[in-house]
Design a protein around this ligand. Structure first.
Ligand code: SF4
Length: 367
């Protein structure tokens, strides 16, 4: 048995399912749990976990897929930067096919001749800057607390190497402000009451439990959960027990990866380079303090300052319901374009692009 097999052991899974069923029966009402993170959406689809849960337990997907929550306006700004003469634009692979206004994408722009490079590490931007000193390198930084520290490290490296031809277009986002918006039923989410949150294991390796205090303060249950089937079922069981016993809190299921205090060193690096800024989330709108912008000391690396980005008129893909899906108020099958005009081979919205997107997961693994 391999290390991974331990977390997929049929006897273990059957035992956890039985415990979940007992707890759900004891609660005796419908319970809605949100998996905040796209990696959980993918794993839940891949292992068919929804079908195995009791009828009164409903799982809805949340806004935890970075490319999915990137607003169409931010995509359009990326397209503008990538099309500037003399610019080499670099970003992570999933971003390439996310449609901006009019169905344009970085992938299409590259096919038209723009110099757009897919990276696997933010550190590669410095390599490009040295390899092609005559060009301006723009790194599109995207992701949550998991990736922001590595991008912050890259910026520190640019400063140390005194690189003049590289800059950052940051669409990084922070999870806690979005969670605050999600739990605020009286505000953004009157449509859906979430009883508990399956919180992302990887983000939590950086943030620790403090990021989820907004959930506790709102009287909701939460478990920081890993990504194997037994992890997810155990996380669900922890949340159900909290609900049944009336003791909402933040428990750590993923204790092999997460400590209560997270990774203070990574947070310190992130905080030394970035400050919080208001950010627009697809589906959730503008959330105060939910984005990361470069601090004044690093403003020289700010793509927004280096290139004057004019006001752009951005429009959502017609008919796309990604906003509703990211708010958990619609399933992909409720989008008229799902599996028709919109497929992974020809995505209309971002939720069909990324493997972490809810529409892509439903397309691949069924509903
Ligand atoms: Fe958007 Fe496509 Fe999902 Fe519809 S099926 S919500 S168009 S990504």
């Amino acid at each position: 048995m391999t290390f991974i097999d331990e977390y997929r052991d049929p006897a273990l899974i059957r035992g956890l399912l039985a415990a979940v069923a007992r707890e759900a029966a004891g609660i005796g009402r419908s319970v809605t749990l949100m998996e905040v993170c796209g990696s959980h959406t993918y794993a839940i689809g891949r292992y068919g976990l929804k079908k195995l849960l009791p009828e009164n337990i409903r799982l809805v997907s949340g806004p935890g897929c970075p490319v999915c929550v990137t607003s169409v306006a931010d995509v359009d700004r990326a397209l503008y930067l990538a099309s500037r003469p003399g610019v080499t634009f670099s970003t992570f692979g999933d971003m390439m096919r996310v449609p901006g206004s009019g169905g344009r994408s970085l992938q299409k722009l590259r096919a038209e001749g723009a110099d757009i490079r897919i990276i696997s590490s933010a550190m590669q931007a410095a390599d490009f800057a040295l390899q092609v000193p005559e060009r301006g390198i723009v790194l599109m930084g995207i992701g949550f607390e998991t990736t922001a520290p590595t991008v912050a490290s890259a910026v520190l490296g640019w400063q140390k190497k005194n690189l003049k031809n590289v800059c950052l277009y940051s669409v990084h986002k922070l999870v806690p402000p979005a969670l605050k918006a999600l739990v605020d039923d009286a505000g953004l989410r009157p449509e859906l009451k979430i009883d508990g949150f399956i919180c992302p294991g990887h983000v939590s390796t950086i943030t620790g439990t403090a990021a989820y205090s907004v959930i506790t303060e709102a009287g909701r249950a939460a478990a920081i959960t890993g990504f194997e089937p037994s992890d997810i079922l155990q996380g669900i069981l922890m949340i159900l027990k909290q609900i049944a016993e009336g003791r909402p809190g933040v428990e750590i299921q993923y204790s092999r990866g997460v400590s209560g205090n997270g990774n203070p060193r990574a947070r310190q690096v992130m905080d030394s380079v970035f400050r919080t800024a208001d950010a627009e989330w697809r589906g959730l709108g503008m959330i105060p303090g939910s984005g990361l912008a470069l601090r004044d000391e690093y403003a020289v690396f700010d793509a927004g300052a280096r290139f004057e980005i004019p006001p752009l008129k951005s429009t959502e893909p017609p008919g796309c319901r990604c906003g509703d899906i990211l708010r958990g108020i619609r399933e992909p099958a409720g989008c008229p374009l799902f599996k028709k005009a919109c497929t992974p081979a020809s995505p209309v919205g971002p939720c069909m692009v990324s493997s972490e997107g809810t529409c892509a997961a439903h397309f691949k693994y069924g509903e």
